[in-house]
Design a binder for this molecule. Structure first.
Ligand code: FAD
Length: 290
């Protein structure tokens, strides 16, 4: 019988509970959290209390110690920072491979998305640590948690600075103006912002503007490795329309694209396409809307 373990710091593990059910056998949750979580659909919950002022990562060796003692088969870690550190420590302690990006899991193998989802690999193993999306909060319930007091490694939080602006809520946005590498300088984004203001739209971008230039925050880039959105209107400005980008906005109702290159792939999915320079077209669109 397979022993499956779920490593988490909170209840957002619905995908992992589902994956564990597909694997079959017994499922144990190890939760490093201030209080014990309530998770239905598992056989056992071990709660490692998280001390105040200590990051959850400090418990990675304690989590690995529990797993090494038990001799685990399949370990599922939610794709979040602390859980990834648990996955690494567990893999080192048990000499197991770490597999990142699994989309489905069985007791002896997994489907793994590669190249931003362009291909799917089927891998087999006789034991592994898999990092996959935790998903929504699991249904509450399940067994009463057993407490396992553990000593954290020597690291503590010395101060916390809240972000000056809140995270973008693009998933709920009905209108989005997205900027790409057609913009030559950060200050030029103001012309896109003016259009967004006129439309009552949220600003978004392609990945290079968030991960390359950092002109926008990472919670604003759209695509296979960024946000998935489905607004009524998506205005793509200076975005070529590579599949890694368009897969994040394919459910948009109306796509408007402005690009100097008439052969840019974005025009293949655009409902309205303007072959032109964003520096001329965008101010003209804003003026027409104001
Ligand atoms: C594994 C992997 C995952 C990835 N995930 C993502 C992801 O989630 N999201 C994402 O966005 N990308 C992702 N990428 C990157 C993706 O492949 C593209 O490189 C990226 O989307 C291109 O961004 P862009 O369209 O802004 O830039 P470019 O492809 O450089 O396009 C710029 C466009 O601007 C046009 N242009 C230039 N000047 C002007 C002007 N003055 N006026 C009008 N148009 C102009 C050009 O004709 C061109 O079409 C990923 C890549 C990999 C390998």
């Amino acid at each position: 019988m397979t022993n499956t373990w779920i490593l988490t710091t909170n209840e957002h593990v619905a995908n992992l509970v589902e994956a564990a059910a597909a694997i079959g056998g017994a499922t144990t949750v190890i939760a490093v959290a201030p209080s014990a979580p309530s998770i239905a659909g598992v056989d056992r919950i071990i709660h490692v209390p998280l001390a105040e002022g200590v990051p959850a990562e400090a418990y990675a060796s304690a989590v690995a110690g529990l797993l090494a003692e038990a001799g685990s088969d399949v370990i599922l870690a939610a794709n979040r920072p602390a859980e990834r550190s648990f996955a690494g420590a567990a893999a080192a302690a048990l000499t197991l491979p770490v597999i990142v990006g699994a989309t489905s899991v069985s007791a002896s193998g997994a489907e793994v998305a590669r190249y931003g989802g362009l291909t799917t690999e089927t891998v087999s193993f006789s034991g592994a640590v898999l990092v996959l999306e935790g998903g929504a909060p699991a249904e509450a319930g399940g067994p009463a948690a057993e407490t396992h007091e553990a000593t954290p490694m020597a690291v503590s939080v010395v101060s916390v600075q809240p972000a000056t602006s809140g995270p973008a809520n693009l998933a709920a946005a009905r209108r989005i103006v997205a900027c790409g590498r057609g913009f030559k300088a950060e200050e030029d984004l103001s012309i896109a912002q003016a259009l967004a203001d006129a439309l009552g739209a949220e600003m978004a971008c392609s990945r290079p503007l968030a991960e390359g230039t950092a002109w926008m925050t990472k919670d604003r880039y759209i695509g296979v490795s960024g946000m998935h959105v489905s607004p009524d209107i998506y205005v793509a400005l200076g975005i070529s329309g590579q599949v890694q980008h368009t897969s994040g906005m394919a459910d948009t109702k109306i796509v408007v694209a402005v690009n100097t290159d008439a052969n840019a792939p974005i025009f293949q999915i655009a409902d309205y396409g303007i072959v032109g320079d964003i520096y001329e077209v965008v101010p003209a669109l804003t003026a027409a809307l104001s």
